[in-house]
Design a protein around this ligand. Structure first.
Ligand SMILES: [Zn+2]
Length: 281
């Protein structure tokens, strides 16, 4: 019996006896290639699979930490919180959903923004937290992106955004869709100030986020294997009743078709961003 089979069997056994949590502290099975890896090996590879390179979803803070110099990140606008102007309710009240997300993520909304340094050079940077209501863009996220851009202009610094989002936040309806225009307009001001926006598209970047500022980077960089789209492949297939080509809307497909400028693994994020910042001056 090979080591892989042995480990798979071991995990199955442990699952059966209901001690999954204990075992998951040591091993994890890759959702892409099925290999069983040590958790610490995966962590060392910046939360990618050491065998196939699959990039697992990580938190906003983890993404920023990959890029900025250690200890240099200072958060801004952390206190902004959603209101409930529409008194929206689906199976739960919107404020209750927000409250639960705050408790789960220890963040006030789905976007973490601030100022950090990359190889000593200051930069404005922000990232989505996907576990906060699917990284959806509501009024607070839109406002935080705009404030990040405006602060960058005031401080004469470039902007890096790391998107990871299910799109506009449906519970905020039109107020959420309005953030698409608002964030895109802020980027025009950034461009007029002669500053760059580098847009990092991580898995998944979809809906109103893709359809606004996220595709408006001076350089658009995708994470390997990430889904980047407006409507997802299942919705399109159901609508046009046709099978889509292999890899449709994945980062590599988009690179081939001219929709993104590069596909970059996490291990190369910091070095490449540092070079790009030098290039933009
Ligand atoms: Zn793998």
């Amino acid at each position: 019996m090979g080591i892989r089979d042995f480990l798979s069997e071991k995990i199955q056994k442990v699952n059966v006896i209901g001690k999954k949590e204990i075992d998951e502290n040591l091993w994890m099975k890759c959702t892409s290639c099925g290999e069983v890896n040590y958790h610490r090996e995966v962590a060392k590879s910046l939360n990618t699979c050491p065998k196939c390179g699959k990039h697992f979803i990580i938190s906003a803070m983890e993404k920023i930490n990959i890029i900025v110099d250690k200890g240099s990140f200072q958060e801004i606008d952390s206190n902004l919180r959603s209101l409930d102007p529409l008194k929206f309710r689906d199976s739960k009240k919107y404020p209750d959903r927000v409250k639960a997300a705050i408790k789960k993520t220890k963040m006030n909304d789905a976007f973490l923004s601030g100022i950090g340094r990359i190889n000593g050079r200051p930069v404005h940077i922000g990232a989505y937290e996907f576990s906060f209501l699917g990284g959806s863009m509501g009024s607070v996220v839109g406002e935080k992106i705009v404030r990040l851009i405006e602060s960058a202009i005031d401080n004469n610094q470039h902007v890096i955004t790391l998107s990871c989002s299910g799109g506009a936040r449906m519970q905020e309806s039109i107020l959420s869709l309005m953030q698409m225009a608002k964030t895109s307009a802020a980027l025009v001001k950034l461009r007029k100030a002669g500053l760059a926006h580098i847009s990092m598209l991580t898995d998944p970047t979809t809906g109103g986020v893709t359809a606004s500022y996220a595709m408006l980077g001076d350089v658009n960089i995708a994470e390997p294997g990430s889904l980047i789209c407006f409507a997802g492949p299942r919705v399109i297939e159901q609508t046009i009743r046709q099978t889509l080509p292999e890899g449709f809307q994945r980062a590599e497909f988009l690179l081939e078709h001219g929709m993104v400028d590069m596909v970059l693994p996490r291990s190369e994020w910091k070095g490449t961003l540092s070079n790009l910042l030098d290039f933009f001056g």
